[in-house]
Design a protein around this ligand. Structure first.
Ligand SMILES: NC(=O)c1ccc[n+]([C@@H]2O[C@H](COP(=O)([O-])OP(=O)(O)OC[C@H]3O[C@@H](n4cnc5c(N)ncnc54)[C@H](OP(=O)(O)O)[C@@H]3O)[C@@H](O)[C@H]2O)c1
Length: 171
């Protein structure tokens, strides 16, 4: 099973504001869907914190075509469409049992922090703007990671230009 991460952040590492995303970048949401859904024959899961789950619009909760895992220290929480686990290890064990091929860590900050050491592939969308926010991606050295792919993107529909990079942790 591959454990990967997906994040959109500014160069100052801002990822959120007031419990949601501080930008509207439809092209990135499309990319997120493609990465975390995978190809036929694969079995993808998304693992997120309770706050991130709450931030999803009703029509995307659960995220379709993927197993949805939510971390909460109140594991008795009933979230229709999601499996709730009280820690990352328990969620990943369940992924193994369900023959998940790709487990995607999709935030927020607390979950990225818990998972960073386990992440083998990281998809980052750099939002090329100075956006205010109250949640940041953890301080983490990415310099030694290998850049596999880098694409600059600007579309009329996107609020800000972006640079998408895929990073692999060196073996
Ligand atoms: N830009 C991006 O790519 C991106 C991606 C995701 C989220 N975001 C943004 O980030 C913000 C949310 O992030 P956040 O850090 O505030 O919250 P979060 O990580 O989504 O959720 C925090 C909650 O999840 C549970 N949790 C987290 N880690 C856990 C662990 N290791 N074990 C057990 N439970 C755990 C706890 O829930 P309980 O309180 O129930 O115990 C905790 O209060 C929002 O603004 C969202 O829009 C941005």
């Amino acid at each position: 099973m591959i454990v990967g991460g997906v994040v959109a952040m500014t160069r100052q590492r801002v990822i959120g504001r007031g419990g949601s995303l501080p930008w509207r970048i439809p092209s990135d949401l499309e990319r997120f869907k493609k990465i975390t859904s995978g190809r036929p024959g694969e079995n993808h899961a998304v693992i997120m914190g309770r706050t991130t789950w709450s931030s999803l619009p009703n029509q995307f909760r659960p995220l379709p075509g993927r197993l949805n895992y939510v971390l909460s220290r109140t594991p008795a929480l009933a979230l229709p469409g999601a499996e709730v686990h009280e820690n990352l290890e328990s969620a990943l064990s369940s992924c193994h049992l369900q023959s998940v091929t790709h487990a995607w860590i999709i935030g927020g900050r607390e979950v990225y922090s818990a998972a960073l050491e386990l992440i083998q592939i990281l998809h980052i969308t750099w939002v090329e703007a100075d956006v205010e926010g109250d949640v940041r991606f953890p301080e983490y050295g990415l310099a030694e990671w290998r850049v596999v792919n880098e694409v600059k993107h600007m579309s009329e529909k996107d609020e800000h230009p972006t640079t998408y990079v895929m990073l692999e942790r060196p073996l």
